[in-house]
Design a protein around this ligand. Structure first.
Ligand SMILES: CC(C)(COP(=O)(O)OP(=O)(O)OC[C@H]1O[C@@H](n2cnc3c(N)ncnc32)[C@H](O)[C@@H]1OP(=O)(O)O)[C@@H](O)C(=O)NCCC(=O)NCCS
Length: 163
């Protein structure tokens, strides 16, 4: 059975390891830890039989920096499921945890920031666009040169889902 729970600071190193296993540019331990300690951020983990197998990191924004037409929004900053646990519906539950947080926070705007390199990787048979569509996200806008990973700037796409 899949269990979703808010992550505590003690889970930060497990989540940081999962970033490495699921992301091309993983967030560092310190960056992950911020999601378990900051008031405006949250980390949720998915577990199966006590083993953490997925995570989602979100931020609640006070003002709309992404032109979604609302003064508040929640962004999914990172989401990953360990390769051997994919295809079991775990990402549905993680997106729902983010959606519930957005509803609690009083906004209908849930966005996900998708780095350009994730979509353009032609060698990746696991097409992320299909997953985004399945999760109810729609293309919102290009985020030019604003995503910074390891000191380098990347284009990203913003996908929006109305909760
Ligand atoms: C994308 C990812 C999160 C999917 O996790 P998952 O737990 O295997 O996905 P689920 O089992 O919850 O699938 C949910 C639905 O999306 C569909 N789906 C999943 N990946 C898909 C893809 N690449 N293309 C089309 N549909 C896809 C599933 O078939 C399922 O739909 P269904 O219920 O109609 O069968 C996982 O592959 C991953 O961690 N990838 C690397 C990190 C990443 O890209 N994160 C997302 C952007 S930050």
């Amino acid at each position: 059975m899949i269990r979703i729970a808010r992550a505590t600071q003690a889970s930060s190193s497990v989540i940081a390891d999962m970033e490495v296993d699921t992301k091309e540019f993983p967030l560092t331990y310190d960056q992950v830890k911020e999601y378990t300690t900051s008031r405006s951020r949250r980390a949720y983990v998915a577990s199966i039989h006590g083993k953490i197998v997925g995570h989602v990191l979100i931020t609640a924004w006070e003002s709309d920096s992404y032109e979604t037409g609302n003064d508040k929004l929640v962004s999914i900053d990172s989401l990953g499921v360990l390769p051997s646990f994919r295809g079991k519906g775990i990402s549905y539950d993680l997106v729902h945890a983010a959606r519930d947080k957005a509803i609690d926070y009083g906004t209908r705007n849930l966005i996900i920031i998708v780095p350009h390199y994730t979509i353009e990787d032609k060698d990746d048979p696991w097409n992320i666009l299909g997953w985004l569509e399945r999760m109810g996200f729609q293309y919102h806008r290009l985020f030019t040169d604003e995503l910074v990973r390891y000191g380098k700037k990347y284009d990203a796409y913003i996908y929006l889902r109305k909760t």
